[in-house]
Design a protein around this ligand. Structure first.
Ligand SMILES: NC(=O)c1ccc[n+]([C@@H]2O[C@H](COP(=O)([O-])OP(=O)(O)OC[C@H]3O[C@@H](n4cnc5c(N)ncnc54)[C@H](OP(=O)(O)O)[C@@H]3O)[C@@H](O)[C@H]2O)c1
Length: 396
């Protein structure tokens, strides 16, 4: 049994896929099981990584763990690492390239400190130390969707961003084979692109002309604080990007050495994530949403819902439900004790800002079917509202 933390994140989802493909038994520590959207076959342990008791329980019976510490501070990590390594004998930790073994752990940020805790625990370990993730460039998505001018500091900073699948591939190798114990794997993407070139790569894939506008350090600092960036990260980040204009990031060949394959390029990452950088049409949203229900991949449906989507269903409850979690909880509550045997879907029927679909739920045994029509409002490529009309009594 392998425990995966951060399983719903950029890297963790690929770690889960890689482990399942290798036939491993996988358990994931998640905070919101309803929104986790992990593949069938993954055992879910519910809890917060900062809670040592939850980690101890989640790790019980596992031999190995993939650890992600989701903070820029190591505060609270010591009891968590202790609880984890009480249960598992080997840890693969998602660290970072900027750990420098020649300087003391406390100068290596949270990553150096967590590495040190793991070493001191006596467990076997592998440290996966990637550079910047390709997923970081999602921060440009809103500007690209809403216009086409991307503002940033240091557009000529040269970066060797890594595709998160490459990080996951290496983590999976280390999770499955103890021969990787004691290794520190420094990982980057296979080439350097300036930030300007990354924007151009996005433009080429989505077929939109994009322009980069340089921000001063002060403008960038303000924008980052306004977006809720961690203060520890803001100034060091700005200094770092500035330094990359003259001294671009290095390219490491570890991925190729370990897997025998070249690392995935940034262009490959953009092609996989192209939809995040453009506004989907109502028809595309409708097909994606209804298609996800048809195939039972409910997490896919969530991707085309706005975070603050509203659901109105007077036959079920008064007022409105707001947010994906509230809607999911209502579905689980309503369907408790009813076993769905089949769902027939008619639609989607699409108009410029709306689509409609009719769902008929068939239940096991002699429980009568129930049919509803949902009318969805689509705003800027996301479902923002669902209004539900029941033809029959809703289940309760
Ligand atoms: N981005 C970079 O350039 C870069 C470079 C080097 C290293 N790193 C390191 O990589 C890690 C981030 O990896 P990522 O991008 O794959 O992850 P991510 O997409 O940022 O997702 C974070 C994951 O951690 C989970 N999580 C967050 N807080 C949690 C909590 N309190 N309890 C339980 N689970 C929690 C989230 O689960 P929910 O679904 O519950 O939110 C999610 O699965 C960080 O440690 C970062 O320092 C990043």
């Amino acid at each position: 049994m392998i425990l995966v933390t951060g399983a719903t994140g950029n890297t963790g989802r690929h770690v889960i896929d890689g482990l399942l493909a290798a036939g491993a038994d996988v358990r994931a520590l998640v905070r919101q099981p309803l929104l986790a959207g992990l593949p069938a076959g993954v055992e879910l342990a519910v809890g917060d990584i900062t809670d040592p008791e939850a980690v101890r329980k989640a790790a019980a019976g596992a031999e190995v763990a993939f650890l992600l510490w989701p903070s820029y501070s190591a505060e609270g990590a010591a009891p968590v690492v202790a609880a984890l390594t009480e249960q598992v004998s080997r840890v693969v930790y998602l660290s970072a390239l900027n750990v420098d073994d020649d300087q003391p752990a406390e100068q290596n940020g949270v990553w150096g400190q967590v590495e040190e805790l793991i070493v001191e625990s006596g467990a076997d370990w592998t440290f996966v130390r990637p550079g910047g993730f390709a997923a970081n460039t999602r921060e440009w998505a809103e500007e690209i969707r809403s216009g086409g001018v991307v503002t940033m500091p240091s557009p000529k900073a040269g970066r060797s961003l890594i595709h998160e699948r490459d990080i996951a591939d290496v983590a999976v190798l280390a999770l499955l084979d103890a021969a990787h114990s004691g290794k520190k794997y420094v990982l980057t993407g296979p080439e350097v692109l300036t930030q300007e070139e990354q924007v151009a790569a996005i433009g080429a894939v989505i077929g939109k002309e994009l322009r980069v506008e340089e921000q001063s350090a002060e403008q960038a600092r303000e924008a980052m604080f306004a977006a809720g960036a961690d203060p520890v990260f803001v100034d060091s980040g700005l200094r770092y990007w500035e330094s990359l204009v003259d001294t671009p990031e290095p390219v490491h060949s570890t991925y190729r050495e370990l897997t025998g394959r070249p690392g995935r390029t940034y262009q490959e990452w953009v092609r996989e994530h192209a939809d995040e950088f453009r506004v989907l049409s109502t028809e595309e949203v409708a097909e994606e949403f209804v298609g996800a229900f048809r195939s039972g991949e409910f997490a896919r449906a969530g991707k085309v819902q706005a975070a603050d989507v509203v659901r109105v269903s007077p036959s079920e409850y008064e007022g409105e439900l707001v947010g994906q979690l509230a809607i999911m909880e209502n579905a689980v509550r309503t369907l408790e004790g009813h076993e769905i045997s089949r769902v027939d879907i008619l639609g989607p029927l699409v108009s410029p800002d709306h689509f409609a679909a009719r769902f008929t739920f068939h239940f096991a045994g002699d429980e009568p079917e129930t049919t509803k029509l949902s009318l969805y409002t689509v705003t800027a490529g996301k479902i923002t509202r669902e209004e539900v009309f029941y033809f029959t009594e809703p289940v309760s």
